[in-house]
Design a protein around this ligand. Structure first.
Ligand code: BGC
Ligand code: NOJ
Length: 827
């Protein structure tokens, strides 16, 4: 069942009922100010950091779901409704929500009054602009009231949700004409405030939540709206809000447009107040309001935003035999990559914005998805991330975006982290040809006095693996590898211990983790990412170092085949007792997805057919119609030696859920191994546009990837096998966005930036006659046509560039050439 449709021409998903199977959201903002907005206008805003600088309040996991947002209430002679249906939930005569690139338009209609609200965050602007267009579509004059509503968060979202003995007494506001200011703590230690304005006179306001809503009422029946009159309340402690009240009369056919702005302002210490030393200095707020206080200015801002997206999405566009692929590649997957770039894993409807800031591995992998769109910001991001690395190559696992400092509460010792830096830096160089990034001086642990060129960070990353091997010559698993939930050292038996940070006393003396437990996944990630480091060294003429690094990679491949090849697939790990994990010999969890793709893509055991055997095993044991499960059989009991993974009921999350991120590695690997049909099958099982028809089962947005889809074992524990099989969860902020962008564009369609230029080496479904792609790359436009006359999956038989035959599949780069016409024939 569908709940809307794709409007590709406008790059929008159009939701046609407010009762989606879960709130379907969008993100506004690209630089400093961000908002989450659901299809019923729920959500919240923050500046840079969803935890430390939260502007409006939101209550996660609420009843009913999705409570709190920016709400407009209409009181039309006693009929009370919202254009986004919620929170009053009066049945509307018409409803539509269009989520677009950085904006959301919600339209509701009731009793001949149509209200259309467009929300967006303009470029280079720290505020959310909301244009409300009210139209009387009836034949009689209409008089009604409009109330706006936003609830202020007291800045630190964590403190705001638990320190009530203090919070109930700190809230402060100022009202100046039609502008309501939130200045909590501004007098004391903060130099920022927020405001909510409207570009018209008002008939009243409220700034105190209890006066507006009523202590025993809810968002669905605020007392002021019921009474059809604001109370002009003034918050002093308790819960400050902002609500404008306006009486409006419209003749038949008449419209009225209002522009509301929810803004954020920072002031220099010496300019915080007016001369009286008390009143807040509003100069900047007024300038912000001035910038968007007319419909014309609003339109200009929207046009600028569209221009921004035209440019970003114009860098890669494809035309394939499948519309769904086109809309994923040309629009939604690229859009999601930009959102994950901005937000890492911090704030979605499943991530509270409090838990974690930016992840070391997460943000490095995100780079792979967006580097072609904004290489300069990728460079800045790479340097920020690398700056949190330790001199021995280990890394802080997370950092806060506002301070850019490593998060000491979580610490380091995640075995995979350093390797992702090699991949992100390589992707940046492949995209841009900017080798200069390697010379950037980058600190360790944010200490500039111990800065070294970025190249050295790659070296310490590479050798962090080499220097931390276990008994089989495989990398130590440490606290966890990519799979946060395989914790081979914690042996936790006490509730509340964090599986990722708890140190079992038995390993305390060894530095916190077992020196026996080894990760095959990290071994394969090493053999996959390592060759990039070697290629970089060779390019720099450091042949000796390159040979030394290559020898380590070769040795690792040998160790994998000697100790981690299970006969039909690769093992997952050795646990701290030295036992195999992910082997036929195991009772449960016999095969895991994570090591397989990287091993195949680094040709481990290829000469003995390990790649095709592994792909066959994956198809047989892990594949389902909704994607590949992470492991099989699912764990049905708690394995203290494995950790968090076995705490989830089978079929969910890392315990045999369809954890979409790692599906991409298999899609890439199948494509790499020439199995284009198999690659495309897995791609179409999980790519969101392909789930649209089954939205009632999938539940989360059909335009973006989620982290997880319920696996085939879901419900088995309770005798209801298949319950929630296919149900998506944790949408939006996932490494799946970047990796599936890589999988479809670089491995299936095969348009792959390489150190020496753009390679074109597709691995497509055999039925396809071919496809076309346009790619901006290093200052030139590549017009690419791929022909598949013999209906094969893979194999370039000829490549012509501007009419001339070229050997291989890399388009030779000619300095200064602005356009390349490339025809590739498969056969
Ligand atoms: C989740 C992981 C997540 C981690 C973050 C775990 O509980 O299952 O998916 O990466 O927490 O801290
Ligand atoms: C989500 C985390 O963000 C990511 O870093 C991790 O790799 C996966 N969960 C798997 O555990």
């Amino acid at each position: 069942m569908k709940f809307g449709f794709f409007d590709d021409a406008n790059r929008e998903y159009v939701i046609t009922t407010p009762r989606t199977p879960y709130p379907w959201i969008n993100y506004l903002g690209t630089q400093g100010f961000f908002s989450l907005i659901s299809n019923t206008a729920g959500g919240y805003s923050f500046y840079k950091d969803a935890r430390l600088r939260r502007i409006t309040r939101y209550r996660y996991n609420n009843v009913p779901i999705d409570m709190g947002g920016r709400y407009f209430y209409i009181n039309d002679n006693g009929t009370i409704w919202n254009p986004g249906w919620s929170p009053v939930k009066t049945e509307l005569d018409a409803y539509e929500c269009r989520h677009g690139m950085g904006y959301t338009k919600i339209t509701g209609k009731k009793n001949d009054l149509k209200v259309n609200v467009t929300f967006f965050v303009p470029q280079d602007y720290d505020g959310e602009v909301q244009q409300v267009v009210l139209t009387n579509e009836g034949s009689a004059e209409k008089s009604f009231s409009l109330f706006s509503f936003a609830e202020w968060c007291l800045w630190d979202a964590q403190d705001d949700s638990n320190n009530f003995q203090r919070n109930f007494s700190t809230g402060r506001v100022e009202v100046d004409g039609s502008v309501i200011y939130h200045k909590t703590e501004y007098r004391d230690r903060r130099n920022h405030y927020a405001f909510y304005s409207v570009n018209d006179t008002i008939d009243g306001y409220d700034t105190d939540r209890d006066s507006f809503i009523g202590l025993y009422n809810g968002f669905n029946n605020p007392e002021a709206v019921l009474a059809n009159k604001a109370t002009n309340s003034f918050a002093d402690g308790w819960a400050p809000i902002a609500s404008h009240f306006k009486k409006i009369t419209l003749k038949p056919g008449e419209s009225k447009t209002l522009v509301f702005i929810l803004g954020y302002v920072e002031m220099p210490q010496d300019q915080k107040f007016e001369a009286d030393g008390k009143t807040i200095n509003k100069v900047k707020a007024k300038a912000m309001i001035e910038k968007y206080n007319t419909p014309e200015k609003f339109e200009a801002g929207m046009k600028e935003l569209k221009g921004y997206w035209d440019k970003l999405l114009g860098i890669l566009s494809v035309s394939t035999p499948d519309d769904k692929v086109d809309r994923m590649v040309n629009i939604w997957n690229q859009y999601q990559c930009m959102v994950t770039f901005n937000l890492s894993r911090s704030a979605s409807y499943f991530e509270s914005g409090i838990g974690r800031g930016m992840g070391f591995r997460d943000s490095n992998q995100d780079v792979l998805g967006f580097v072609h769109q904004i290489p300069d910001r990728a460079k800045e991001r790479i340097i920020d991330i690398a700056s949190t690395q330790f001199p021995d190559g280990g890394c802080y696992h997370q950092y806060q975006p506002l301070t850019k400092k490593g998060n000491a509460d979580i610490g380091g010792d995640f075995s995979d982290d350093p390797l992702w830096l090699i991949l992100s830096v390589s992707a940046y160089i492949k995209e841009t040809g900017d080798w200069g990034i390697l010379d950037e001086m980058v600190p360790y642990d944010n200490d500039m006095s111990v800065a070294e060129p970025l190249l050295e960070h790659l070296k310490v990353s590479f050798y962090h693996i080499v220097n931390n091997l276990g008994p089989h010559g495989l990398p130590l698993a440490m606290r966890a590898d990519w799979n946060d939930c395989i914790n081979l050292s914690c042996f936790s038996d006490t509730p509340g211990e964090s599986f990722q940070t708890y140190t079992n006393p038995k390993f305390a003396a060894e530095g916190g983790y077992s020196k026996v437990a080894e990760s095959v996944m990290v071994a394969a990630l090493f053999t996959y990412s390592g060759p990039n480091y070697v290629a970089i060294l060779k390019h720099l003429g450091k042949d000796d170092e390159a040979a030394k690094a290559q020898a380590e990679i070769d040795k690792m491949k040998k160790n994998i085949m000697e100790s981690a090849w299970d006969g039909d697939w690769f093992l997952r790990a050795y646990d701290a007792n030295g036992e195999k994990m992910g082997s036929k010999e195991c009772e449960e969890g016999q095969i895991f997805i994570e090591p397989q793709g990287f091993a195949i893509m680094s040709d481990v055991g290829k000469e003995q057919g390990a790649d095709l055997k592994t792909l066959a095993a994956i198809d047989e044991r892990l594949n389902t119609k909704y994607g590949l499960v992470l492991n099989n059989p699912a764990f049905t009991k708690y394995y203290i030696q494995y950790g968090e993974i076995s705490t989830y009921p089978g079929g969910y999350k890392e315990n045999a859920g369809i954890f979409t991120h790692n599906n991409a590695w298999i899609i890439c690997a199948a494509a790499y191994a020439g199995q284009g049909d198999q690659a495309f099958k897995y791609y179409s099982e999980i790519a969101p546009a392909f789930t649209e028809e089954t939205s009632d089962i999938h539940k989360t947005e059909p335009y973006v990837y989620g982290q997880m889809i319920g696996g085939k074992d879901a419900g088995a524990d309770i005798g209801q096998t298949g319950k929630n099989f296919g149900q998506g969860k944790n949408s939006w902020l996932t490494g799946t966005a970047a990796w599936n962008m890589v999988a479809i564009s670089q491995y299936i369609l095969g348009v792959q930036p390489d150190f020496d230029g753009l390679a074109i080496n597709p691995s497509i479904p055999h039925e396809w006659d071919g496809f076309k792609a346009t790619r901006q790359f290093r200052g030139a436009t590549y017009n690419i046509t791929v022909k598949n006359p013999n209906h094969v999956c893979k194999g370039v038989v000829s490549m012509e560039v501007d009419g001339k035959a070229v050997d291989g599949c890399i388009v030779p780069y000619v300095d200064g050439q602005k356009e390349y016409n490339v025809v590739v024939t498969l056969g």
